[in-house]
Design a protein around this ligand. Sequence first.
Ligand SMILES: *[C@@H]1O[C@H](CO)[C@@H](O)[C@H](O)[C@H]1NC(C)=O
Ligand SMILES: *[C@@H]1O[C@H](CO)[C@@H](O)[C@H](O)[C@H]1NC(C)=O
Ligand SMILES: *[C@@H]1O[C@H](CO)[C@@H](O)[C@H](O)[C@H]1NC(C)=O
Ligand SMILES: *[C@@H]1O[C@H](CO)[C@@H](O)[C@H](O)[C@H]1NC(C)=O
Length: 420
Amino acid sequence: MATTTNQQQKKKQHLSLFPLLSLLSFTSIFLLLSQFRNTSSPSLKTFSSIHNFQINNNNRRSGSTNCDYSNGNWIYDDESRISRYDETCKEIFKGWNCIKGNKSNGAEIAKWKWKPNGCNDLQRFDPVRFLQTHTHTSIGFVGDSLNRNMFVSLFCTLRSSVSNGQVKKWRPAGADRGFTFLTYNLTIAYHRTNLLARYGRWSASENGGALESLGFKEGYRVDVDVPDSTWAQAANFHDILIFNTGHWWWAPSKFDPVKSPMLFFKKGQPVIPPLHPDQGLDMVLEHMISYVEEKARPDAVKFFRTQSPRHFEGGDWDQGGSCQRDQPLSAEQVEELFSVKNNGTNVEVRLVNEHLYKSLKGSGFIILNITYLSELRADAHPASAGGKKHDDCMHWCLPGITDTWNDLFVEHLNNIKHRS
Ligand SMILES: *[C@@H]1O[C@H](CO)[C@@H](O)[C@H](O)[C@H]1NC(C)=O
Ligand SMILES: *[C@@H]1O[C@H](CO)[C@@H](O)[C@H](O)[C@H]1NC(C)=O
Ligand SMILES: *[C@@H]1O[C@H](CO)[C@@H](O)[C@H](O)[C@H]1NC(C)=O
Ligand SMILES: *[C@@H]1O[C@H](CO)[C@@H](O)[C@H](O)[C@H]1NC(C)=O
């Protein structure tokens, strides 16, 4: 193509900036997560709503009634099949490229197969068939860097099945990045947003005000009813949407409760009395979910992905915590690490989910429940691959388990197609 050189140049410029920016933002996520721990324990009411929702959600699905994709085991498949894509996929951020980064088990991670309870192995989705069945379709990922991790997996899988020149890189509807597979007119895009709602720095005004009179001087203004501009246009642009939020909510290093708290605003006015972040999350979810329900196309398919677990052991990221395992955990180890009762380093994962389940109950969103299958995979984070100072026990190696998240996503899509 005539524009190739130009595109390559652009890509180069982009790439040279990118690692630094990403590193900064990953670091800040770690900072954010380091202190979050004192959230209240779940109420009985929350548990019963989780239960109800689970039943409703299961009923939505066709196919084997005994099949529970969210629960099961990982099985090592030694005669590993040809990989979907490899470490040469250019979208893989350097820190996630565990094969190039010489992680000792880097090439093993994708050899494990998810075996859900009550049914056969979760099928690896076929990229060519996917492209053929989703022509003239646009898919938007909206969320934090963990949703980007999933987006990159989908991109690399599809990219490996088409030849050069068939992919256009662009930024649909304000996306951070996106691609169209031209032969099929299938677009996929990633919209970066940490809280879903718009936020920015806030400082006390000299003229005073409700927050000022309570003694607030600095903080972050979070508008619970205003979507971040990075995705506000995405809701009615894409045919299929996949949302997430969670990691940035329990983040006292950025949203320090004293020095720079989250200050919630609704209809442009501060919410008084001020809310704790977990109450703010409920409010944001309520507004963002109804925003999407209102704006999305009538036939849009909307997913909300559950929280992705971190696996810091022996301390948090800044206390020498690491994730050096090379095998998945047992079910017992998972409970020990993640049960809310134990209040461990990574306890946020199930707390975030409680908020999500509560807010999504009764909505038109399909829950993409990847939490438990991911909790088992303590072996699948980049850790110190590529010579990091602190282990990355939050993002996932690629190829890796976000490939399985996409299998689950496609499985859900196929079930919806079969029903209609
Ligand atoms: C959980 O542990 C942290 C310290 O790691 C503590 O500050 C917090 O109060 C604990 N939360 C509960 C609910 O016990
Ligand atoms: C997600 O899956 C896990 C494991 O099966 C389960 O414990 C949890 O309740 C599920 N959540 C929902 C909302 O279905
Ligand atoms: C390509 O797909 C989009 C939906 O993603 C649709 O709006 C557009 O009309 C399609 N373009 C062509 C040329 O068919
Ligand atoms: C990985 O190992 C190769 C071969 O030993 C070496 O050339 C390369 O620099 C290493 N990469 C990293 C990121 O450490």
